[in-house]
Design a protein around this ligand. Structure first.
Ligand code: FPP
Length: 234
């Protein structure tokens, strides 16, 4: 969700105005994705590196997150949106953590659509946390050190139980991955759009999905292997 700051700057507004508009886009895109048949949407809302921003911007982002969670809980329940988080949420302000716990608990039984908020998230931090948890499980005797399968190790990532992303979209013209889902993105398709996050909406999301649909995903196989079988004519 990149480009909030630039969106505000272009209009002579403070950066936080861009973030405020960014929250509106979060609401729009959450429901646009569901309308377009997406079953799971992950939003990179706050990275472990974002704490390095000016203190007033960090404070304002946490405030916006709190406002958003308070406002959206009712909508999540009404519209059957399951909320999950990935990241070191234990280091977020206590008020945000409490709202997250409530929203996650009250929506945990929904199965059709999941919104995942990446909060205080970093893929390298996730790898460290997973390695530590895996080592503890080996020490406790619940995992075997010679089990070298990805299936086993990936259960220790924050994303346990969630599918890998099929499509990753980055807005605002930046073409970096910036420590986002590095392991889970192994076979993801990427769409980079110049549109700034506050201007991103359903048409832009639909265009990204259409672009994704044109790609051939081979997962290490040849093009011939993954081509759908030719239609047999009678
Ligand atoms: C990137 O734009 C955006 C962020 C670091 C924060 C995104 C957060 C929100 C939209 C609000 C809180 C989230 C939720 C889910 C309610 P930038 O500031 O890096 O923009 P720039 O690159 O143009 O400066």
């Amino acid at each position: 969700m990149d480009g909030n700051g630039r969106w505000a700057k272009q209009r002579g507004l403070p950066r936080i105005e861009g973030h405020r508009r960014g929250v509106e886009t979060v609401r729009t895109v959450t429901f646009a994705a569901r309308d377009l048949g997406v079953r799971m949407l992950t939003l990179y809302a706050f990275s472990v590196e974002n704490w390095k921003r000016p203190q007033d911007e960090v404070g304002a982002l946490m405030g916006l997150l709190e406002f958003y969670l308070k406002k959206e809980l009712e909508t999540f329940v009404r519209d059957r949106v399951r909320l999950r988080t990935i990241g070191r949420t234990q280091d977020l302000p206590a008020g945000v953590q409490k709202l997250l716990r409530t929203a996650i608990e009250e929506t945990r039984h929904f199965t059709d659509y999941t919104l995942v908020l990446a909060l205080n998230y970093g893929a390298r931090t996730e790898a460290v946390d997973a390695a530590r948890a895996y080592a503890a499980a080996v020490a406790a005797g619940t995992e075997k050190l010679n089990d070298d399968s990805w299936e086993t190790f990936s259960r220790y990532l924050y994303t346990t139980g969630l599918p890998d992303p099929d499509l990753i979209i980055r807005t605002s013209g930046e073409t970096r991955i910036s420590n986002f889902l590095l392991l889970q993105a192994a076979y993801a398709e990427f769409v980079f759009t110049p549109v700034l996050w506050p201007d991103f909406g359903k048409p832009e999301l639909a265009a990204a999905i259409a672009e994704y649909a044109r790609r051939e995903r081979r997962f290490g196989q040849t093009g011939d292997q993954v081509k759908p079988a030719a239609v047999q004519r009678p």
